[in-house]
Design a protein around this ligand. Sequence first.
Ligand code: NDP
Length: 317
Amino acid sequence: MSTPIPIVAALGNMAQSAWLDALAGAFAAAGLNADVAVFDGRARDARYAVVWLPPPELFTTETGLRAVFNVGAGVEGLLTNPALPPDLPIIRLVDAGMAPKMAEYVCFYLARATRGLDRFGGPQKLRDWNVDRPRGTPPAVGVMGIGAIGAYIARAVTVFGYPALGWSRTEKRIDGVRCYAGADGLREFLAQSNFLVNVLPLTNETENLLDAKLFAQLPRGAHLINVGRGGTIVDADLIRALDSGQLGSAVLDVFRVEPLPREHPFWHHPRITVTPHLSGPTPREPAAAQIAEAIVRLEAGASPATLPGFVERARGY
Ligand code: NDP
């Protein structure tokens, strides 16, 4: 019998034992002989780490890591870890069941907004039968960031008859989605987006991208749904755009500071719906299966850069 592969887990405030069970099940199913232990500050010569917002000590203690697996799609929290070795390959999750959940979330709020159900606490409160009914041309939904999750969301909204647009850094072709790319495509993309869904990662380029100038390029009264990262939005500009009527409403699932501070104006703004970062929870079993598959490939000699979810540090995602 081969020596078990030593793996360390540092999963922050995630349910450790449920994750360890999921990893053990996935490793067994993949035929991997692995020994997974929770990081306790002591070195165990781990070959791989499975992490969510790990403490810097993980990297100063486990110095022989060959790759680190991020239990989520967004890696900005890991990339800013002060002890992260510059050459350590990072593999993030690709969809792993998050995309359908996030598409469901977006479609729920589209259904709500297009029926006027978000006004005044909803028609039931007012015993009002005279609400909006979506009989006209469906509003267009523009998705910023059409990677693993954004592309799924864009396709999902077309199922309900919404014209879908997508915007990315590099050119894309997605059936049924009008795609735009880069700074050149942004103006045209925004001018048509009645609903703007943000699924961009937080990088040097996307930080503060959604500001007054960008909101001004949307059709008047457009709605914003942010499921990407809070740091892509200039909070004060969003409030001003809502107060002026340039934006009709905003549904925000992610924030610059989380948990959203109790005194933050987003909590009680009449045109803002706040949800506590719940649109795309990471389903444990598919996530663990994705990690197991990647380890099998690495153990067979694959280069980390060839794996789905390999993070290109220079671009920040
Ligand atoms: P991907 O890396 O698959 O996709 C990212 C997309 O953003 C790509 O289309 C990419 O363009 C585009 N993009 C990145 N930078 C720029 C830029 N400067 N200008 C234009 N487009 C850009 O990521 P995922 O779809 O897996 O995840 C996206 C984000 O969603 C995560 O980073 C995370 O922040 C967030 N998320 C939120 C969750 C929640 O619960 N709210 C759960 C999961 C993820 P290109 O295609 O050209 O590379």
